[in-house]
Design a protein around this ligand. Structure first.
Ligand code: C2O
Length: 594
């Protein structure tokens, strides 16, 4: 552990600040303010004693509590409302109409019970058989028949049965479209766009799988996963396409039934058609998966989504896994508003492929966790002790905790091992990139001046290219181990309901100018319609999100270690987007050596 970071400008990791387990660092407060208008470091709050704001503009209740003499790590309660604490399940009796943010309609998404004796979930014992989830594109006819039988049985249950397919689908709407406020608050309960995204969906699939197993009397029954990170899996698995099958959903975009998915897909894009174009798409897809893992391994919030605590407004800060996952919702779903089923979170659970898709999203988390040696992603009790409720395979409402689902094995399932095609794609991808650069290089007439973002929010109606100052150049290995270089896109405003996407590229300036090539993809912001705080009562017509992208590996690849400034390109793809600021900061890594 080197102390060289003391000389750098770093900020404390917002996802772990407040964790009393965290080793204090001496100089974590010197964040540089560049083009962004609102500083978000808790250090600055301490220094300047200004009103504490969270990254999404809400009040950080934990800081308020501090001001009141509260202590990190304790659970504070104000008027029965735990704030700055783990998320707790809502009061079942307070369920109300939810909102389809795209159609603007009020929808019924309450569970078919309003009271329940809620018991604590007991994780399965390690002697229980392990259920092994297989890749959907490798299903044989027996696997398909069994899966179809289970789904058909679930679909045949009365629609008010909590086990029924429609009630199971509704659970997704319940926790995404505002059927509940958080306990004793008027604050929306939302499990997307934060560090709850992965654990909540892991449990959702877990109970869905257990119920299906119960329905066919097979305790070892495992659901398939859509293995979309391997070339053969980058197509909608055939078994979901069979007409008349319980796995079919007729609302999907049929143009995609035989096409490869392009992770850069934007609503309405044509399918890649020539073999060369398909090969390029597959290569770029694989390179993106590779980059997602490399750029996020040190800093889990970049992969999982940012912190959200009990009583706080939804964080609206997706990690890269969630952003990529959103693309599939849009690619499977129809092109027409309100994008039912898959393209809208209010209805996504109605499409059987949702669960196959989320199988792979969950598998990505499993891979991520294993790549990190299963080091817990956030040692923050506000994450680990957060709880959700589900209706289980024994017809019991259970309260589950994040800390009990950190590995698939702890829930007695696993993913059948598949070759990870993206781990060996770099060379091929580099050749592609070099060829593209050569095609556009040499044309010095195309060099353009580029300026900084400035202080005003900007409309992303056309590509924006800005020059962004780096906090430090040519960092040593130790410095890189201590903190991650992160590109922050703050104050992203999107109207409620609409879909949106923009892509972020990074390149080196050429003597202060920018060439015709945008450089490397650092990541994307992708939005699927879902409920936001205030969207149900019309209080706000837009909502604010943020995006954080690790760029350490990218900078090594483009040989930009010594560049003091970078050119960041924001490329609008879809929706009305306003961006508040772009900056690069160093974010501390949570150290183990306590
Ligand atoms: Cu809860 Cu794929 O979304």
């Amino acid at each position: 552990m080197s102390l060289s970071h003391l000389a750098t400008t770093t900020i404390s990791n917002p996802t772990i600040s407040g964790n009393h387990l965290r080793r204090p660092k001496t100089n974590t407060c010197g964040s540089v303010r560049l083009s962004n208008r609102t500083p978000h470091t808790s250090c600055e709050l301490n220094q300047k004693n200004q009103e504490p704001t969270t990254h999404n503009g809400g009040i950080d209740r934990r800081n308020v509590l501090l001001g009141l003499g509260g202590i990190y790590g304790t659970t504070a309660t104000i008027a029965n409302n735990a704030v700055g604490a783990p998320m707790v399940p809502p009061d079942l009796a307070t369920c109300h109409l939810a909102t389809d943010d795209e159609s603007k309609e009020k929808i019924k998404c309450c569970p078919p019970y309003s009271t329940a004796n809620i018991v604590d979930f007991k994780p399965p014992s390690s002697s229980e058989p392990l259920r092994v989830r297989k890749a959907a594109h490798k299903y044989n006819s027996d696997d398909i028949a069994k899966f179809e039988t289970a789904i058909a049985k679930m679909k045949a249950l009365p629609s008010d049965d909590p086990w029924s397919f429609s009630q199971q689908a509704t659970i997704h709407c319940t926790f995404c479209n505002g059927a509940f406020d958080q306990l004793n608050t008027k604050t929306l309960l939302q499990i997307h766009g934060s560090w709850f995204f992965l654990p909540w969906h892991r449990y959702y699939l877990y109970f869905w799988e257990k119920i299906l197993g119960k329905l066919i009397g097979d305790e070892t029954f495992a659901i398939p996963f859509w293995n979309w990170d391997t070339p053969k899996g980058m197509y909608l698995p055939k078994m979901y396409q069979t007409s008349g099958s319980p796995l079919e959903d007729t609302t999907r975009n049929k143009d995609h039934y035989t096409s490869v998915i392009d992770y850069k897909y934007n609503m309405g894009d044509p399918n890649p058609s020539t073999p060369a174009a398909i090969d390029e798409v597959v290569t770029r897809n694989l390179a993106e998966i590779d980059s997602i893992f490399k750029e996020t391994l040190q800093l889990p919030s970049l992969f999982m989504g940012k912190a959200q605590r009990g009583g706080e407004k939804p964080a609206e800060a997706q990690g890269r896994n969630e952003a990529l996952h959103n693309v599939f919702h849009q690619w499977v779903g129809p092109l027409q508003t309100p994008f039912h089923n898959m393209g809208n979170f209010a209805t996504a659970g109605r499409d059987p492929v949702f669960y196959g898709h989320h199988g792979n999203v969950d598998r990505m988390w499993d891979i991520y966790s294993k790549l990190r040696g299963q080091k817990v992603e956030f040692r923050d009790p506000d994450w680990l002790d957060s709880s959700f409720i589900f209706y289980d395979e024994n017809r019991q409402v259970v309260k589950v905790k994040v800390k009990d689902c950190l590995t698939p094995e702890s829930l007695r399932y696993s993913y059948s091992p598949e070759a990870l095609a993206w781990t060996t794609i770099r060379r091929k991808y580099k050749k592609l990139q070099n060829a593209a650069q050569t095609r556009s290089a040499g044309d010095s007439l195309k060099l353009k001046p580029v300026s900084e973002f400035g202080w005003k929010p900007r409309n992303l109606t056309e590509p924006i290219q800005v020059l962004v100052q780096r906090p430090k150049t040519s960092r040593t290995k130790d410095e890189k181990a201590d903190s991650v270089e992160v590109l922050f896109i703050d104050g992203i405003q999107i109207p409620h309901g609409s879909t949106a996407r923009f892509d972020v590229y990074v390149t080196k300036p050429i003597e202060g100018l920018v060439g015709p090539h945008n450089g490397e993809l650092a990541g994307s912001f992708v939005k699927v319609p879902h409920a936001h705080h205030g969207s149900s009562n019309g209080a706000a017509h837009t909502h604010t999100s943020s995006l954080e992208l690790g760029i350490s590996t990218l900078l090594e690849e483009i040989d930009a270690e010594s560049s003091q400034k970078l050119v960041v390109s924001l490329i609008p793809r879809n929706g009305d987007v306003i961006v508040g600021g772009v900056q690069i900061r160093l974010v501390d890594v949570d150290d183990d050596d306590l």
